[in-house]
Design a protein around this ligand. Structure first.
Ligand SMILES: C[S@@+](CC[C@H](N)C(=O)[O-])C[C@H]1O[C@@H](n2cnc3c(N)ncnc32)[C@H](O)[C@@H]1O
Length: 312
């Protein structure tokens, strides 16, 4: 397997200074719990790693990963590790629905943490600090474990989770390359982040590149309505969480209409689903229960819902 040390952009070359090792002393993989975590998005076999040890952005950047079953190699593009099924394709291009392409846009990604996310407060979102506090309360049973922030956007919560010191490692994961770039721009000025167990991974929530039962906590802030298939995503979250592991999510909740009959509501939902999927509280609870979760609980404030559930 080739170690990913060629074609390095100047920006990323700077990362190398944070590593405690020399190029020549790149070691074979370490057996850290975090390293067993990453799995092939095609067959879910744990990936073999070659490169410097550590679960931080520079160490992962300088590492190569390979699935020994599929023999497919994965490496970092710029600053994030690309663990999508299509990573490395040359001719095949997949067109994603509007709700995904929207957040892949560089302007939207730039604006996201500079006003876009804050505007959610008009719909009842309590603000980043309060949302973080609420999530941390739900995550108590997962303290000290590995947290994956799926659909992290520009990493506004991933960074808070990492800074809290509550978790042994934090993975900021998103499908949008530009959101991950934004996250990197926020952390690159802070040496603590570049040496902390904090990594940036590009992946699809419907195909999470982690071994089954390997994760303690999954956070999905303002994300469920953006996913093309919430059921595939929730099933994947259920697969990667260990027994007792906790998922916490927020989204915009829809309310049961007493005016329109169910057939009309369904048709409207079908039309809307290309834009965003807004579920009712009953539907969210049903979805999590049907994906094998227990102890579902939620809080609602206008259109803001925060929910939590646990793996039995
Ligand atoms: C509204 S933003 C939420 C960002 C952040 N978690 C927050 O709390 O503000 C939704 C994010 O979901 C991501 N997303 C959409 N579809 C996804 C998918 N299939 N897999 C992973 N992330 C996805 C988008 O790229 C976007 O960054």
């Amino acid at each position: 397997m080739n170690c990913h040390v060629q074609g390095v952009s100047a920006n990323c070359a700077n990362l190398y200074k944070y590593l405690d090792i020399q190029d020549s002393s790149i070691e074979k993989k370490s057996n850290d719990q975090e390293l067993e975590l990453l799995a092939c998005p095609i067959c879910y076999t744990p990936l073999i790693r070659e490169g410097p040890p550590g679960f931080n952005v520079p160490a992962i950047y300088w590492s190569g990963f390979q699935c020994q079953k599929c023999l497919k190699s994965y490496s970092s593009k710029e600053i994030f590790l690309d663990l999508t099924i299509t990573s490395g394709t040359k001719d095949y291009v997949e067109f994603k629905p509007f709700k995904i392409e929207l957040f892949r846009n560089p302007i939207v990604s730039f604006l996201y943490e500079r006003g876009w996310r804050q505007s959610f407060s008009k719909r009842g979102f309590p603000g980043l600090d309060e949302e973080f506090k609420m999530a941390q309360e739900y995550f108590k049973p997962a303290e000290g474990g590995i947290l994956v922030d799926v659909s992290c956007g520009s990493g506004l919560f991933s960074r808070k989770f990492a800074k809290s010191g509550t978790y042994s490692a934090v993975v900021a994961l998103d499908l949008s390359e530009n959101m991950l770039r934004q996250c990197y721009d926020f952390i690159k000025k802070d040496d603590n982040f570049l040496t902390a167990k904090f990594s940036l991974v590009r992946a699809d929530v419907s195909r999470l590149p982690f071994s089954s039962g390997s994760v303690d906590a999954v956070h999905a802030g303002a994300a469920l309505h953006c996913w093309p298939s919430p059921s595939n995503a929730v099933a994947e979250i259920s697969r990667i969480l260990r027994s007792g592991g906790v998922v916490v999510g927020t989204t915009f909740v829809s309310f049961e209409s007493r005016i329109f009959p169910p057939q009309i509501k369904r048709k409207f939902r079908q039309l809307m689903s290309t834009i965003f999927t807004f579920l009712t509280e009953k539907e969210i609870a049903d979805l999590f229960n049907s994906c094998g979760f227990v102890n579902y609980t939620c809080k609602i404030q206008q259109h803001f819902i925060i929910f939590s559930a646990q793996k039995p």
